[in-house]
Design a protein around this ligand. Structure first.
Ligand SMILES: [Zn+2]
Ligand SMILES: [Zn+2]
Length: 74
């Protein structure tokens, strides 16, 4: 299940060349994750095939279900 939605047109984004691309508004987005506790930008870690997020500020892993995902214009 994908939840990568364009903030402009609410349409599903396409994964392309390491970025997210919206066909409808021709905009490229970068996915960013923010810490639910301190609002710092999280580092995405790829471990055992599953992505997890690490907060350098809290110095701990954050559950994927709790992180705040934001799409910024590239
Ligand atoms: Zn769009
Ligand atoms: Zn944090």
């Amino acid at each position: 299940m994908s939840q990568n939605i364009c903030p402009n047109c609410q349409l599903e984004l396409e994964w392309q060349d390491g970025k997210y691309h919206c066909e409808s508004c021709s905009t490229v987005f970068i996915k960013k994750a923010f810490c639910p506790d301190c609002e710092a930008e999280l580092e995405k870690l790829q471990a055992c095939g599953a992505a997890s997020y690490f907060c350098n500020s809290c110095n701990e892993l954050k559950s994927k279900s709790r992180v705040r995902i934001q799409f910024d214009k590239a």
